[in-house]
Ligand binder design. Structure first.
Ligand code: NAP
Length: 252
C-alpha cells in the first residue's frame, strides 16, 4: 500500500484506536493530522510518527468548525477517519437528555459535520476515503447503552446513505465496527462493572472478552489494519459497508 502524497485526518488520534490508525497510515506514507483535547497524548503521538497535532473539542459545533478551519489552513484532507467517541452506559431511567445529547453530538453529529466539510475537496480531486469508526453496537443492541447504540447506528446509517450520494465521485465511505478493543474505553467499562459488582477490574475485563466467540479483546492495531486496507486503491469497490471486527460476537 502506498499513501504517500495523501493527507489523513484522524480524530481522537492521540491514544487508543485512533493512535493505532494514525501510526498505520503514517507507516503507509500518508501525512497525518491528529486531533483531540489532550495535548500531552497528541504531542507524544505526533512526535512518534511525525504527525501534526491540532487541539479540538468536538463536543460542540463551534469546536468542530474551529477544527475545520485550522485543518484547511494546513492541507487538503484526502482521508478522513472519524474515530473520536465516548461510551457511557445507563439504564433507560438514568439516560437523561444531557447524556443522550452528549453522546449523539460527539459520536454521530460531529462525524457528519466533518464529512460535510471535507468531502467537497475530495470530490473535486476525484479521490477520497472516509472511514467512520462505529461499533458492533452500531449493528446490534446491548443492555444499558441506548444512547451509545443509537449514536453508532446513526453513524452506520449516514455511512450507507452517503455511499449512494458519493458512489460516482472516487470517494469511498465505510464504517468499521469493532467489538471490545483493548483501550482506555474498555478499562473504564471494566472499572464501572467492578464498581457495581463484586468483581475485580481484571475479572470484569475477562467477562467482556468472554462475550466473544474468540474469547479475547481486539487489539487497536487490528482495527487500524482494516482502516488502512480501506484506503488502498484496490479497495475502491468497498463502499457503504459496515466491517465488523469483534471476534464473531455479532454474526449476521
Ligand atoms: P479512547 O481511548 O477513550 O479514545 C477516544 C478518543 O476520542 C480519544 O483520542 C479522545 O481524545 C477522543 N475524544 C473524546 N472526547 C472528545 C471530544 N469531546 N472532542 C474531541 N475528541 C474527543 O477510546 P477508543 O477505544 O480508542 O475509541 C475510539 C473509537 O472507537 C470511539 O469512537 C469508540 O466508540 C470506538 N469503539 C471502541 C471500542 C472499544 O471497545 N474500545 C469498541 C467499539 C468502538 P481526548 O480525550 O484527548 O479528547
Amino acid at each position: 500500500m502506498q499513501l504517500s502524497g495523501r493527507v489523513a485526518l484522524v480524530t481522537g488520534g492521540g491514544r487508543g484506536i485512533g493512535r493505532a490508525i494514525a501510526v498505520r497510515l503514517a507507516e503507509a506514507g500518508a501525512r497525518v493530522i491528529i486531533t483531540g483535547r489532550t495535548a500531552a497524548e497528541l504531542d507524544a503521538t505526533a512526535a512518534a510518527i511525525g504527525a501534526t497535532a491540532v487541539i479540538a473539542d468536538l463536543a460542540s459545533r463551534a469546536g468542530g468548525d474551529a477544527l475545520v478551519e485550522q485543518v484547511r489552513a494546513i492541507a487538503r484532507v484526502d482521508i478522513l477517519v472519524n474515530n473520536a467517541g465516548i461510551a457511557e452506559s445507563a439504564s433507560l431511567e438514568r439516560t437523561d437528555d444531557a447524556m443522550w445529547d452528549r453522546i449523539m453530538e460527539l459520536n454521530a453529529t460531529a462525524p457528519f459535520r466533518l464529512t460535510r466539510a471535507f468531502t467537497p475537496a475530495m470530490v473535486a480531486a476525484g479521490w477520497g476515503r472516509i472511514v467512520n469508526i462505529s461499533s458492533n453496537a452500531g449493528v446490534s443492541g446491548y443492555g444499558y447503552t441506548a444512547a451509545y447504540c443509537a449514536s453508532k447506528h446513526a453513524l452506520v446509517g449516514a455511512t450507507r446513505a452517503l455511499a449512494i450520494d458519493l458512489a460516482r465521485t472516487g470517494v469511498t465511505i465505510n464504517a468499521v465496527c469493532p467489538g471490545w478493543v483493548a483501550t482506555r474505553m474498555v478499562d473504564e467499562a471494566a472499572a464501572r462493572i467492578a464498581a457495581k459488582t463484586a468483581r475485580s477490574e481484571d475479572d470484569a475485563k475477562a467477562a467482556l472478552a468472554a462475550m466473544t466467540p474468540q474469547r479475547r479483546l481486539i487489539e487497536p492495531e487490528e482495527v487500524a489494519h482494516t482502516v488502512a486496507m480501506l484506503c488502498d486503491h484496490q479497495a475502491r469497490g468497498i463502499h457503504g459497508q459496515t466491517i465488523v471486527i469483534d471476534g464473531g460476537q455479532v454474526l449476521k
